[in-house]
Unconditional design. Sequence first.
Length: 261
Amino acid sequence: MKQGDRLRTVEAVIISHKNFGEADRLVTFFSKEMGKIRGLAKGVRKMGSRKAAYLEPFMHSKISLAKGKTFWIITQADAVKQYPALSESLEKTGIASYVMELSDRFTLEEESASELFRLIDHTLQRIASDRDAFTPMLYFELHILDYAGFRPDLTDCVSCGETIIAQDQNFSAAQGGAVCPQCGTSDPRVQKISLDALRYLRHYQRSSYSAIAHLTVPKPLQSEISKLVNAYISSIVERRLNAPEFLRQVSYAADKHDRVK
């Protein structure tokens, strides 16, 4: 292996980490240059480690790597951007964690994808700065599904192939898209989807972020859309995601607090 292949410097967003051995930490991050990487940060849990602060989830860091026998070894890390607002509320922490969880589940190691890196990084920026995180979160969900090859079909019935017309429809997580009323009667697994929810999903799916950033989606529609998209994503990953459950607990606690007041 050439020296240039053994030593790399990448710009990355930290996805997660876990303790490894007595003082090390295994860090998962998504880089602009090399896609998803799992790197070993040696001694990072020791008091006074300078790298530790720049290898926390949601950090946007510049990371120097050396090729080891099993993992890339993280030799240096420096901050590029920080998003302190993501840790200032449980809701934003949960939403950012959900973005990181999907980034991990829907990507392969060392598969370069600079556009996806920008999507992840920009999504964290938007969640940190926007009051309502629904739009950046839904945009991210639909576009990472597109990247991973799981784009839901929202224009034609996934059962019979007929064009979906302007009326309330059904959605099948198992089949991956909209189901017309005729086909929906024969499948007990489908969920109802209103015409307005379908329109928003189509708009978010086909548009640039600048085209939908100004939209304000009514809360009942947000709830309907989120349930459908979460059901679809859960059917793909084939097990429950951790972050949505955390967000449900945060929302329940907030509602309970409001009722007490």
